[in-house]
Design a protein around this ligand. Structure first.
Ligand code: AMP
Ligand code: MG
Length: 410
């Protein structure tokens, strides 16, 4: 029987150092061309400029009459009508006007458009009830998009506006970074499928389910490798299957100091471990390795630890792999609404609900923060970064937090 080790051979690295080590191994994946219709949520791989000005000709902003402002309120003769998309053209001279619809090209000679609501037309003559300013109600060439203007920069996440902008400049296929394929294996003899009958002491595999969802939320393509028993060969086989299919392999459990914690030695044998412990709570044993250029994260077994470690270490890597120019969560200052007790020796990432209240961001605790309590993450939209120490942080004190979800208002 293997004996228990008393001391980890792995030094504890600070969180920021661990993140830098991971970032150094997280270069963007190759690119692929896809339809803009499928591009929402993807990251653009090359700057897109407009090859045209928009609008390309001056146009009317309203339904009304195109005319010359210098005629003032004098009556004008209505010559013709132009509509958006129509082929009719007309020229406006002094004393004349052209009926014009929204989006129709401005006739030559006109320098203003008067809204129909501010006019009267009778017997082909137009009367205007208001003073007219040259240029009013006209969209000038390039007002919306300049010629050669940068439309969407490389590294931008494509949302509704960006998809619309690409369509606006006539681009229906774009080059984006490939999504990372991310495999996850759960370890543990006590771990069972969530839909299997459970006997005393067994634990349902909530980690794999949660992580599969987290991978998808982070823009990755999740691959489930199931549950691997606490057996070296079984876990090695599962990891190798992961490296075969995926860019990133995650494991849950088996990274601590127990005799059945096999992930660290397996990763060390397969590749290179870059760190095996982090000065961090919850999730001290979080391990990062590379195997033939692929990334491997040994995540802790306790549910809150595994998901918080994913958020702090894995998610930024997945964002970097897909080329996101802003891979990190926003870091903000929040005011505490209740006393917060720090961990004596490690920075602790406490789960909080960040609300906008009385003109500031306020942190509300999600309750007990023990690492087995997944409920500490329910509805959480932030991680409060609590520096280590003895003194309790009092209500009203401010601390840094990572915003992991949309703000809540009350
Ligand atoms: P380990 O790090 O393997 O010692 O696991 C620590 C604890 O986390 C175990 O005792 C389980 O209670 C829990 N655990 C491990 N794997 C999972 C999992 N896949 N889903 C939920 N809980 C787990
Ligand atoms: Mg285990």
């Amino acid at each position: 029987m293997k004996s228990l080790q008393r001391e980890s051979p792995y030094p504890m690295v600070p969180v920021t150092e661990a993140q830098q080590i991971i970032a150094a191994h997280s270069a963007p994946l190759p690119t692929e061309a896809i339809s803009v219709l499928e591009a929402a949520g993807r990251v653009l791989a090359a700057d897109v400029h407009s090859s045209e000005a928009m609008p390309d000709v001056a146009k009317s902003v309203v339904d009304g009459y195109a005319l010359q402002a210098s005629d003032g309120r004098a009556e004008r003769r209505v010559l013709a009508e132009v509509v958006a998309g129509g082929s009719d053209t007309a020229t406006v001279a002094a004393g004349t006007a052209v009926r014009i619809m929204t989006g129709a090209p401005l006739p030559d000679g006109a320098d203003a458009v008067v809204m129909v609501e501010e006019t009267e037309e009778q017997g082909g003559m137009l009367r205007v009830q208001r003073d007219i300013r040259s240029g009013q109600n006209i969209r000038t060439v390039g007002q919306d998009v300049g010629l050669h203007e940068l439309i969407v920069p490389q590294g931008a996440v494509l949302g509704a506006a960006e998809v619309g902008l690409l369509a606006m400049v006539g681009i229906t296929r774009v080059t984006v970074y490939r999504r990372p394929r991310v495999a996850i294996v759960s370890t543990g003899d006590e771990v069972i499928e969530p839909d299997a009958p459970r006997t005393r002491g067994e634990v349902r595999d909530s980690n794999r389910y949660a992580l599969l969802a987290a991978i998808r939320e982070a823009g990755g393509e999740p691959i489930s490798l199931g549950i691997a028993r606490d057996d070296e060969d079984v876990q090695r086989t599962a990891l190798l299957r992961g490296f075969e299919q995926a860019d990133v392999v995650l494991s849950s459990g088996g990274v601590s100091m127990g005799t059945r914690d096999l992930i660290k030695p397996l990763l060390a044998a397969l590749g290179t471990i870059h760190f095996g412990r982090v000065l961090f709570k919850p999730g001290k044993p979080t391990t990062f390795a590379t195997v033939d250029g692929k990334l491997a994260f040994g995540l802790p077994g306790f549910p809150a630890s595994s998901l918080v470690s994913f958020e702090v270490f894995v998610r930024p890597a997945l964002r970097r792999l897909q080329g996101d120019a802003r891979p990190d969560r926003p870091r903000v200052q929040v005011a505490l609404s209740e006393p917060i007790r720090p961990s004596p020796d490690r920075p602790e990432y406490q789960r909080i609900i960040v609300v906008w209240q009385d003109g500031q961001l306020v942190a509300r605790s999600t309750g007990p923060q023990i690492s087995s309590r997944l409920l500490s993450l329910r509805s959480a939209n932030g991680l409060l970064i609590v520096p280590p120490g003895e003194a309790v942080f009092q209500p009203g004190a401010t601390l840094d937090a990572l915003l992991t979800g949309p703000l809540v208002t009350i």
